[in-house]
Design a protein around this ligand. Sequence first.
Ligand SMILES: *Cc1c(COP(=O)(O)O)cnc(C)c1O
Length: 340
Amino acid sequence: MFFASDNTSGAAPEVMAALTAANEGAARSYGTDALMDLVTDRLRRTFEAPEAAVYLVATGTAANALALSMLCPPWGAVFCHRLAHIAEDECGAPEFYTNGAKLVLVDGAHGKMAPEDLRAVLARTGAGGVHGVQRGALSLTNVTEAGTVYTAAEIAALAAEAKTFGLPVHLDGARFANAIVATGAKPAEMTWKAGVDILSFGGTKNGCLGVEAVVIFDPAKAWEFELRRKRGGHLFSKHRFLSAQMAAYLDEGLWLRLARQANDAAGRLAAGLTAKGVVQSHKVQANMIFAEWPAGTADRLGAAGAQLYSWPLDDGREGARLVTSWSTRDRDVDAFLAAL
Ligand SMILES: *Cc1c(COP(=O)(O)O)cnc(C)c1O
């Protein structure tokens, strides 16, 4: 009953098999391996972006921080939601890699920004001239940190606000596969067609061992990214082991199949919670559930063998986050509901 995060899951058998296969013999190093050509080809096809530059790193934090360093100058502001992973969970890596850009937080219910709220923050940033940070870049997350999902049209509407000021757009897609499954949107519609310039395309949480792709839709930026990745210590010498994971992940829609399993498991869990009268703070649209229940519930579930995050709510009750993964089984969900 591991519901603390989707990163408590293992790696999918197809990914492990690909790693074992990649272990045979020798391969070129530092991203010049043949498997990386396959990855680039598969991601370009997936995104209908034949020119896109594609790079692999091992963590989402590296993907996000390197991507933002490409888009925002040191004196710039990166606009993101108050709950954004880049603001809450990356130990200042985006600020570090951008050489000091400032994260400017945008509020919004259920982990999502509304265009008018973004517009207001954009309008007042930089108004003080040389004394304040200047507008730099917009960073969105899909699936959001609240487990909700932006449609492709919503991404496009937010990107349009940024483009009004000439700003580039980054999308943190640590759970991009779950968002695609949830919306049925095409990857291209959710990204470059909506105005996204650079995507962090997650693999780790959804069945890889440890790999994330950075998809850069403007190929003119490729060389700069290569230099930044190397300088930042994220260019793997035995790169084939990153490539092998991502190649397998993209093979025959495995990434979507795994995400569907995760989303379906969340649907089963959410339905079970609803049947028990458990209030959920946000709509369950992908693979994350935010429950509200009496204080002490999480401890008792923990004693029964469940793992989850919980925190006190202002009204004395308890909030909890439950995340399902590609490896969550129906019987794990049912055991959890029985324990509850
Ligand atoms: C997990 C996650 C990441 C990546 O985190 P790492 O621990 O650095 O791999 C990035 N963004 C979001 C929204 C996440 O949930």
